[in-house]
Design a protein around this ligand. Structure first.
Ligand code: CTP
Length: 401
């Protein structure tokens, strides 16, 4: 297996105290064989499972484990900034609980908080620890912060139990990282603005009108574009997600007006815009500086139209710029999508129907149909949002050429 994508990459390996720590020696060797530079930080308890001497010999670099030592104290920030990727393998349940909450009482935690690069965690634990709701909730939190969790294996565990929780094999970790660094780079030199997530339209300091968009679809598109070399301006409404790729410049916004301002600022310098946000069409006509108190009887809220960001970009679009829209429909799907395609001057529109199982807001999957302005229609199967993002970005590329 050729691992060119890792050649010259600076890999910071964090090792924590699990029996799987012995595999870190193989992992280090594979990284070195693939041409990567490897530096290692480890927790004190990891030393019970593998010796720093083994690891420093294999990595050809000193191994740091004591954050309060002179070397550790001076280096955790520097190492965090040096790395192209931080790989924590094995990541114990205890480590993940700490990282999910920003605790940094050891070298691995301190380096994690200092790292600006993408972070990959390869969990290792017993089956019941893995399935415990607190572990699963820590994993969700870590993913929300933009970290990648390398899937655990299933099989016999050190305890003798069978099930999920085995650390991924070193070869699989290498492949996971290679996939991350491999990219076709067919968007190199291109800038793209992506809108994602919901918008919240404030009524008063505590209340707003919003929607259920998670931002997952737009985030997957931003990640796909970034991996393929684009510089991405991600304009993200209130979402729990964070992007992880360094090519993504994040602008967090709250309201449709803020999203409009940011998208309009970035669009003129971009080759394309992908409008994946679920923008509120109306907002309260007035905003109360103080919390609105309830009164006797009913209440009526006057709403006014927000600006249509996509339609505005469609108007100012220059030759060569590409505008992609979304249509989430519940009925007369194709008719509505075609109407929006024309009205907003999109080059193509991505239609998804709430009637399709697994499609829409809260799922990790989506089922789309792409409708182009030249009337070409492409229907796709139900896929993960990551794979749907690949299809959308491929279409963008095809239209550009
Ligand atoms: N959109 C936008 N700004 C708005 C409303 C929508 O940029 N104020 C974009 C969405 O990001 C999406 C496309 O326009 O790409 C279509 O959004 P949708 O809400 O389905 O369309 P609407 O114009 O709001 O149509 P309708 O309310 O009739 O469904």
């Amino acid at each position: 297996m050729e691992q060119i994508p890792l050649k010259g990459k600076k890999i910071l390996l964090g090792i924590t105290g699990s029996i799987a720590a012995y595999k870190a020696a193989f992992l280090t060797r594979l990284f070195i064989k693939a041409g990567a530079d490897v530096k290692i930080v480890m927790s004190q308890s990891a030393k019970d499972f593998i010796s720093p001497l083994t690891l420093s010999t294999l990595s050809k670099n000193p191994v740091l484990s004591d954050v309060s030592s002179e070397e550790g104290w001076n280096n955790h920030v520097e190492m965090g900034l040096w790395a192209d990727a931080l790989v924590i393998a094995p990541a114990t349940a205890n480590t993940m609980a700490k990282l999910a909450n920003g605790l940094c009482d050891n070298m691995v935690g301190a380096t994690y908080l200092s790292a600006r690069c993408p972070v990959f965690l390869a969990p290792a634990m017993d089956v019941d620890m893995w399935h415990h709701p607190s572990t699963q909730s820590n994993i969700k939190k870590l993913e929300m912060y933009g970290n990648s969790i390398i899937p655990v294996g299933v099989g016999e565990l050190a305890s003798g139990l069978e099930g999920e929780g085995r650390m991924a094999e070193p070869e699989d970790i290498i492949e996971y990282l290679s996939d991350f660094f491999i990219s076709k780079q067919d968007f190199q030199g291109k800038e793209v603005v992506v809108t994602a997530g919901p918008t919240y339209e404030a009524l008063d300091p505590v209340r707003f009108i919003g929607n259920h968009s998670s931002g997952k679809m737009g985030m997957s598109i931003a990640e796909e574009l970034a991996q393929r070399g684009a510089k991405v301006h991600l304009v993200l409404g209130p979402s729990k997600l964070s992007p992880k790729h360094p090519n993504i410049e994040l602008t967090r916004v709250m309201s449709a007006e803020e999203m409009f301002q940011a998208a309009t600022k970035f669009f003129p310098r971009c080759h394309a815009a992908v409008m994946a946000a679920a923008v509120a069409d109306y907002r309260p006509a007035t905003f109360s500086d103080t919390k609105i108190k309830k009164k006797e009887g009913d209440m009526h809220i006057e709403l006014e139209r927000t600006k249509d960001i996509a339609a505005h970009l469609g108007q100012i679009k220059k030759d060569g710029q590409i505008l992609v829209g979304f249509a989430l429909e519940t009925n007369r799907e194709m008719e509505n999508a075609q109407r929006k395609l024309k009205k907003k001057n999109f080059d193509f529109i991505v239609l998804n129907s709430l009637k399709d199982k697994g499609a829409g807001f809260k799922h990790d999957t989506n089922k789309i149909t792409i409708v182009r302005k030249d009337n070409i229609i492409r229907k796709f199967e139900l896929k993960s949002k990551k794979d749907v993002a690949t299809d959308i970005v491929n279409e963008l590329l095809e239209i550009q050429n």
